[in-house]
Design a protein around this ligand. Structure first.
Ligand SMILES: NC(=O)c1ccc[n+]([C@@H]2O[C@H](COP(=O)([O-])OP(=O)(O)OC[C@H]3O[C@@H](n4cnc5c(N)ncnc54)[C@H](OP(=O)(O)O)[C@@H]3O)[C@@H](O)[C@H]2O)c1
Length: 324
């Protein structure tokens, strides 16, 4: 059978993405073949396309999709044709049909649509490991989270509130601030018009926060350091404006015996048991109504170039999905 997918031959602006039609063989040992209904867009796709992350070229693109299994290769247990499934972190998701390693595929529970599965798996698992396993958020903690209106940020506000934290979100503009306050954040700081450090000092009575989750990177490094309480943890989990600078041990010493970590989802859901734990926490939070996933951009996959440009410009909110 033939499949249509997106590839890049070089890294750069969104228009390096091209469509190609390839012959897709039967799924190999340990693989399943998926008819993909929905692709999830993640900021990681931008890093891989733009050159922020090195890639072996030419390369397919996209990491997350949901759909139906149409064929199963040898040595696969527990998955069958007709199963509704989702995966994250497997390169080549921008496609209508593909073969994927069964070890990375998760069955979608009843009550979760393909749209929601593809819009929430990677972003939700990121929130799960950040809030529950990197720094373990405790009831009453004041937690600073950047990009509060984005895909990851909207889930984090609600999840943190459910854990009993007082969530402080940083976003841009009055509309995004108002929305953040509806989605779990107790405080919303407008990064375009407010002094983030001054607001955090005011909210925390000068103490600072025990944890900051910073996905912005280079542009907000000093701000994040200045917002931390003694013994605080700096969780640098993204590089929307470029990587955070190298961190000197003496900086951590002089700024209050701080901790610094640069975690990645790939490690936290590497072992199958962790993948199952994390994905089931995400589905549990959605099905239980603690987390609402907002799909604010839905486009055909043929508009992937526009979708990347929009995400990179910072003009999206919530999750973006693409329909092959
Ligand atoms: N380490 C991991 O395991 C992991 C896993 C998943 C995602 N991430 C990271 O988490 C972040 C969020 O991912 P996402 O897919 O949910 O994207 P997103 O938050 O929906 O989009 C990026 C957001 O960053 C904010 N932003 C702040 N300064 C910006 C600037 N100068 N230029 C552009 N945008 C700016 C914008 O929100 P405002 O205007 O509202 O501030 C924008 O909406 C990304 O940095 C991603 O790499 C990390």
């Amino acid at each position: 059978m033939s499949a249509t997918r997106v590839i890049i031959e070089s890294q750069g602006d969104p228009d390096v993405m091209q469509f190609e039609t390839v012959e897709l063989g039967a799924p190999g040992e340990g693989e399943v073949q998926i008819r993909q209904s929905v692709v999830g867009l993640n900021y990681m796709d931008v890093y891989q396309r733009s050159g922020h992350y090195p890639m072996q070229l030419p390369s397919p693109l996209g990491l997350e999709a949901a759909g139906e299994i149409v064929a199963v290769g040898g040595g696969v247990d527990g998955l069958a044709a007709g199963d509704r499934v989702v995966y994250g972190g497997v390169l080549g998701a921008y496609a209508d049909f593909r073969n994927a390693p069964a070890a990375r595929v998760i069955k979608i529970p009843d009550g979760i649509s393909y749209d929601i599965a593809a819009a929430s798996l990677m972003k939700g698992m990121t929130v799960e490991y950040l809030l529950e396993r990197t720094y373990k958020v405790q009831p009453g903690d004041k937690v600073l989270f950047f990009a509060a209106s984005g895909g990851v940020g909207q889930i984090a506000g609600q999840w943190g509130k459910h854990l009993g934290a007082e969530m402080i979100g940083v976003t841009s503009g009055a509309e995004n601030c108002a929305r953040a306050l509806e989605l779990g954040y107790a405080h919303a700081i407008d990064r375009k018009s407010e002094d983030i450090v001054a607001r955090v000092k005011e909210i925390t009575g000068d103490a600072g926060v025990p944890v900051v989750y910073d996905s912005i990177g280079k542009a907000t490094f000093e701000t994040s350091i200045a917002c931390l309480a003694t013994y605080g943890m700096f969780v640098s989990f993204g590089a929307t404006t470029g990587e955070a600078p190298p961190v000197a041990p003496s900086l951590l010493q002089h700024c209050g015996s701080l901790y610094f970590t640069r975690p990645t989802l790939a490690n936290y859901v590497g072992p199958r048991a962790d993948l199952e734990h994390s994905s089931s926490r995400v589905f549990e939070m959605i099905l239980g109504g603690q987390v609402q996933v907002n799909i604010n951009q839905k486009r055909p996959l043929s508009e992937v170039i526009e979708a990347h440009a929009e995400l990179e410009a910072g003009s999206t909110t919530g999750s973006t999905i693409l329909i092959p």
